[in-house]
Design a binder for this molecule. Structure first.
Ligand SMILES: Cc1cc2nc3c(=O)[nH]c(=O)nc-3n(C[C@H](O)[C@H](O)[C@H](O)COP(=O)(O)O)c2cc1C
Length: 214
């Protein structure tokens, strides 16, 4: 099958409450830029602050942006057992595409501070997210997030301390630890770069044009 040259574009989104997923997405953007691929880290929650009558247009814009990308990247935080709702929303739009580009998915949570919990097989949040949206990500991983008790509201702090007690993590209410392995993020970036360099087949290109995707 013949191939065509194509300029890689990465649609890079994050879903965050306390900022660690945004930090990771911005780091990914900076490493991609160093490799010659410009990609701005975008907050997937922005579509949710739109008034209801604008929501449909925003979903269409999002679908157009996702469909036109060479690779879609989502970095999404977990809170109380689930990924943030804006991550679900973005994945629903992604999944509705006729020819979705390859997906690189990263879940951010504290369970992933344990080495065996960074893979799809080992991380239940990641596994459930993939199953719920019937995804076939080209890359999927879980990054350990940040534990910062002083940021949390009283009830959240007590609940997270209790979870940490059960899972042998720190319970001192002054604890502030960034567990994220930036080396693991670098490896994730390397996989994204590989995906952007994958030749696009003429039939893929044809399918995109038939779907009015530039
Ligand atoms: C209220 C709250 C609930 C959380 N629930 C979970 C959880 O169910 N499982 C988990 O592994 N980590 C949990 N975490 C840890 C977060 O996933 C972690 O702090 C991550 O860095 C948050 O990402 P963000 O800074 O992008 O919001 C929780 C944190 C908070 C504050």
């Amino acid at each position: 099958m013949s191939t065509v040259e194509c300029h890689a574009s990465v649609a890079l989104y994050y879903a965050t409450r306390d900022g660690q997923s945004r930090r990771i997405a911005e780091y990914i953007a900076s490493r991609l830029a160093e490799a010659g691929t410009a990609a701005a880290a975008q907050d997937s929650a922005l579509a949710q602050i739109a008034p209801m009558d604008m929501a449909k247009d925003l979903a269409t814009d999002l679908a157009t942006e996702l469909a036109g990308a060479s690779v879609v990247v989502l970095v999404a935080a977990v809170r109380y057992g689930r990924h943030l709702p804006e991550a679900d929303r973005l994945l629903a739009v992604y999944q509705s595409l006729d020819t979705p580009p390859p997906l690189a998915l990263a879940s951010v949570n504290l369970t992933a501070r344990k080495p065996l919990k960074t893979t799809v097989a080992g991380n239940a949040y990641l596994r459930k997210l993939i199953a719920r949206h019937c995804l076939a990500p080209a890359v999927a991983t879980a990054f350990a997030g940040r534990l910062d008790y002083r940021r949390y509201r009283f009830t959240d702090r007590q609940i997270i301390r209790f979870i940490m007690l059960l899972t042998r993590g720190p319970t001192d209410p002054n604890t502030c630890i960034e567990y994220t392995s930036w080396q693991a993020v670098d490896e994730f970036v390397a996989r994204i770069i590989e995906l952007t360099r994958r030749p696009q087949s003429v039939s893929d290109d044809q399918a995109r044009r038939e779907n009015n995707v530039s």
